[in-house]
Design a protein around this ligand. Structure first.
Ligand code: AGP
Length: 370
C-alpha cells in the first residue's frame, strides 16, 4: 500500500525504487551464496536433491517486465546450467496447452504475486502434475501460496507501476538459480566461485551505473519530444531492449519498440529517419562488433543514435550522437547494469512531459483481470 511506504525525499516512488536497486540486489543475495561449495542455496524450493537433479527442462512464465526477466533467465540457465528453457507468456501458456514432458520444472515469475494470468498458468501446469515454483516479491501473495515453493526477491515494496527493482532482482535470482543448477551438473568449482565473485561485485557496479543520472537527464531533455524510439541490443541485451521500450511506453506514452539489433535489416530499419532515435545497448561483449555495424547502418540512414556503452569505450563517441557510460560487468550480468540508464531515461522523459510517473494512465500495479 503506497500510503504506508515513505518516498524518502524522492519526488516519485519510481525514482526511489530505481536508486534502491543496489540494496535490493544485496537483499536478493543475502544468505544465498555459498563459498564453500561455490554454489547458491535456496531454502524454499521444497524439492529433494534427486528431484532437482532430474530436471530436464525448465519453463519460465510471466507477464510484462517479469516476462522480460524470464527471457534473461533463458539465456542464463541455458548458458550456465545447460538445461533447455522455454519462455512463455503466462496468458498464452494457460490456453495454448503445450505438451510438457516429465521432469519439467515451471517457474512463475511475478513481482506482485497477484497477476491473474500467471496464477492461472501455474495452476494449470500444477494440475497436470508438474512442479510449479514462484519467483516472487510479495510474501504470502496468491502466487506464492499456490506454488509448490520458490524464491522470494526480498526487494521491498515496489509502488511505482513501472517495475524497476523487481526486474533487476528477478535477473539476479535467475543468475543464482543458473549457478545452482549448473553446479548440480557440469559446472566446475572454479567457475562457480568466479560467478559468486561476479555476483558480489554487482551491487557496487549498479551504484556506479546510477551516477549516469545527470547525463541521462541531459539526453532526456534532448529527445523528450520524439514520437518513436527504437531499442536495440543482442544476446543478454535483447531482453534489456524490450524492457527499455516497455518502460518508455508505459510512463511517457511514447511509442517504442525493442528488437534484437540484427533484426533491424529485416523490417524495422524502414522506420529510421531524423526524427526516430535508436538506442543501442552495446557494452563490450561477444557481439560488440556486430552491433557496431548495425549502428553504422542506422547512422548511414540519418537516424540519431544513442549508445549505452562500457565506460572505457572512447571510440564510440566518434560514432554515436550521445553516449551513456556504464561500468563493465561480465556479459551474463549485463542486463542488470544496462537497464539502469534505460529506467532513468524513461523516468526523466516522463517527468519532462508532465506525465504521472507512478500512476500512468490505463495501467494498474497488479493486473488481476485476465
Ligand atoms: C512493468 O513495468 C509493468 N507494469 C507490467 O508489465 C508488469 O511487469 C506485469 O503486469 C507483471 O506484473 P507482476 O510481475 O506483478 O506479475
Amino acid at each position: 500500500d503506497a500510503g504506508q511506504v515513505s518516498m524518502n525525499g524522492y519526488p516519485h516512488y519510481m525514482l526511489k525504487e530505481i536508486f534502491e536497486q543496489p540494496d535490493a540486489l544485496r537483499n536478493a543475495m543475502r544468505g544465498r551464496l555459498n563459498d564453500q561449495d561455490a554454489t547458491a542455496v535456496f531454502g524454499g524450493l521444497n524439492l529433494t536433491p534427486q528431484q532437482l537433479r532430474s530436471v530436464e527442462r525448465i519453463i519460465l512464465t510471466g507477464c510484462g517486465t517479469s516476462w522480460h526477466s524470464a527471457l534473461v533467465g533463458e539465456y542464463l540457465i541455458e548458458e550456465l546450467s545447460r538445461i533447455p528453457v522455454a519462455v512463455e507468456y503466462a496468458s498464452e501458456l494457460r490456453y495454448r496447452n503445450p505438451p510438457i514432458e516429465n521432469n519439467t520444472l515451471v517457474f512463475g515469475i511475478t513481482q506482485s504475486g497477484e497477476t491473474a494470468d500467471t496464477l492461472a498458468a501455474l495452476n494449470e501446469t500444477k494440475r497436470k502434475g508438474h512442479r510449479s515454483l514462484a519467483i516472487c516479491n510479495v510474501v504470502g501473495s496468491s502466487i506464492a501460496q499456490a506454488s509448490d515453493g520458490g524464491v522470494y526477491l526480498h526487494a521491498g515494496p515496489e509502488i511505482g507501476v513501472a517495475s524497476t527493482k523487481a526486474f533487476t532482482s528477478q535477473c539476479c535470482v535467475l543468475a543464482m538459480l543458473a549457478l545452482f543448477f549448473g553446479r548440480m551438473r557440469h559446472m566446475s568449482f572454479e567457475t562457480g566461485g568466479r560467478i559468486i565473485e561476479d555476483l558480489r561485485r554487482l551491487p557496487s557496479s549498479v551504484e556506479q551505473a546510477l551516477t549516469c543520472d545527470s547525463e541521462v537527464r541531459r539526453v532526456a531533455q534532448k529527445y523528450q519530444d520524439v514520437s518513436n524510439v527504437l531499442y536495440l541490443g543482442r544476446r543478454y541485451n535483447f531482453p534489456t531492449a524490450l524492457e527499455g521500450a516497455l518502460k518508455l511506453k508505459e510512463i511517457s506514452y511514447i511509442h517504442a519498440e525493442g528488437y534484437p539489433a540484427a533484426e533491424m535489416k529485416h523490417g524495422p530499419i524502414a522506420l529510421v529517419d531524423a526524427a526516430t532515435p535508436s538506442i543501442f545497448i552495446m557494452p563490450r561483449g561477444t557481439t560488440y562488433d556486430k552491433v557496431m555495424s548495425n549502428m553504422e547502418e542506422v547512422k548511414a540512414r540519418g537516424g540519431p543514435v544513442i549508445a549505452i556503452a562500457s565506460s572505457d569505450d572512447t571510440e564510440i563517441r566518434k560514432i554515436a550522437d550521445d553516449v551513456i557510460m556504464i561500468p563493465e560487468v561480465p556479459e551474463f550480468l549485463q542486463p542488470i547494469v544496462s537497464v539502469i540508464p534505460l529506467q532513468l531515461l524513461s523516468y526523466h522523459i516522463a517527468v519532462l512531459r508532465g506525465c504521472d510517473v507512478d500512476k500512468p494512465r490505463n495501467l494498474a500495479k497488479s493486473v488481476t483481470v485476465e
